[in-house]
Design a protein around this ligand. Structure first.
Ligand SMILES: Nc1ncnc2c1ncn2[C@@H]1O[C@H](COP(=O)(O)OP(=O)(O)OP(=O)(O)O)[C@@H](O)[C@H]1O
Length: 359
């Protein structure tokens, strides 16, 4: 395939599956996305939201039932997987256990009939890119999980694919290694200057790795945006909850001017920020992240009296479960607290997000 492509385009891509009862279920609906060369895209969502289906449609492992996929001006959804030549990295590495690293990495080239000396050269350069030189003769079983995943990445990139597809590649690694490998995969992506599409259910992974995140739910796209945008301004309550806005409460609107609004519940008034058009709405749902609270200074606006009911010690800070006139809230604060403590909380108005939906 064309290595020097500029854009991979998904145009209203959908995939339905027939069920045993005879009705069709949409695993993926109406996914439209332009991916530029050099971009790192994360498909993010809970289990069953259609992430793997989207990836399989791109790879050619699943056919589309709607829409089309284009690499510049070439329609590729009609091509078999080997003609697309996308690199794939899976959660379980999918290495051949009886083959040394060198042969695992060179396998795709051998299948394509590439000359032996050329295979040796390209395998060496892929292993150097994933920093596994010196491990060529080892079997996968003699490597750590992280090293095995590097072999899988080397195998995907050795064919010089225009696009690299990764399906939860870090899920089988321990927490520390997972964080190290995030940076590694970013580095490899930058050096290759191709497009990477990375499936994950882990928000932190998507936020720390991607240029843009596609948040999915039940087969449909909820939001597409840069990490900062998806994190700071989730488009709807589903995305907000998924991005860690654990406190979602119904409020009455007192007044609104532009994006700013004043809301009230149980005689507590708060200043918030409208997400989308809330003009004329009497009722809104407010979403707040535990991390956006702090202890209030005297006389500070957006203050709420709270009583600590229980807490989870987290080292640098603690997750407190508190009761307030607004209802129960989760808040994360540094410092020492005990159940029964009475505190006053503050949250900035731009961290109090108001939605048209009901909580
Ligand atoms: N071959 C198939 N036949 C029928 N239904 C399928 C098939 N493949 C996927 N589905 C359904 O489509 C939906 C999306 O599945 P998909 O595997 O894409 O989700 P996912 O977000 O990748 O989930 P996970 O993270 O658990 O892999 C699910 O409801 C699944 O049951």
């Amino acid at each position: 395939m064309n290595h020097s492509f500029q854009q991979l385009r998904l145009d209203a891509v959908g995939r339905k599956f027939d069920t045993a009862s005879g009705s069709a279920v949409a695993a993926l609906s109406d996914l439209s996305l332009d991916i530029q060369r050099g971009e790192f895209i994360a498909l993010l969502g809970p289990s069953g939201c259609g992430k793997s289906t989207a990836l399989n449609c791109l790879a050619g492992l699943t056919s589309l039932t709607e829409g089309s996929i284009w690499l510049d001006d070439t329609r590729i959804d009609v091509l078999p997987p080997e003609r697309r030549g996308f690199g794939m990295v899976f959660q379980n590495y999918a290495l051949f256990p009886h083959m040394p690293v060198r042969d695992n990495v060179g396998f795709g080239l051998k299948m394509r009939g590439v000359r032996k000396d050329e295979i040796a050269r390209r395998v060496q350069s892929a292993l150097s890119l994933v920093q596994l030189e010196g491990h060529e003769h080892k079997l996968p079983g003699q490597l750590s999980g992280g090293q095995q995943q590097r072999v899988a990445i080397a195998r995907a990139i050795v064919i010089e694919p225009p696009v690299i597809l990764m399906d939860e590649p870090l899920s089988n690694l321990d927490a520390k290694l997972r964080i190290e490998m995030r940076a590694e995969i970013r580095r490899i992506h930058r050096q290759l200057e191709r497009a990477t599409i990375y499936v994950t259910h882990d928000q932190d992974e998507a936020l720390s790795m991607a240029d843009r995140i596609v948040v999915m739910r039940a087969g449909s796209v909820q939001q597409i945006g840069a990490p900062r945008e998806v994190y700071g301004r989730p488009r709807n309550l589903h995305v907000a909850r998924f991005m860690g806005y654990r406190n979602v409460l119904d409020f009455r609107t007192v007044r609104q001017a532009g994006d700013g609004l004043v809301v009230e519940h149980n005689q507590v008034q708060m200043n918030g920020t409208a997400i989308g058009d809330l003009a004329g709405r009497q009722q809104v749902a407010i979403a707040m992240r535990p991390d956006d609270f702090q202890l209030a200074e005297a006389g500070q606006a957006n203050g709420i009296d709270a009583t600590v009911r229980s807490l989870e010690f987290g080292g640098r800070d603690s997750l407190l479960f508190v009761s307030t006139a607004l209802g129960d809230l989760y808040v994360r604060l540094p410092g020492a607290f005990a159940p029964g403590d009475r505190i006053r909380l503050h949250i900035p108005a731009d961290r109090v997000l108001a939605y048209a939906e009901a909580a």
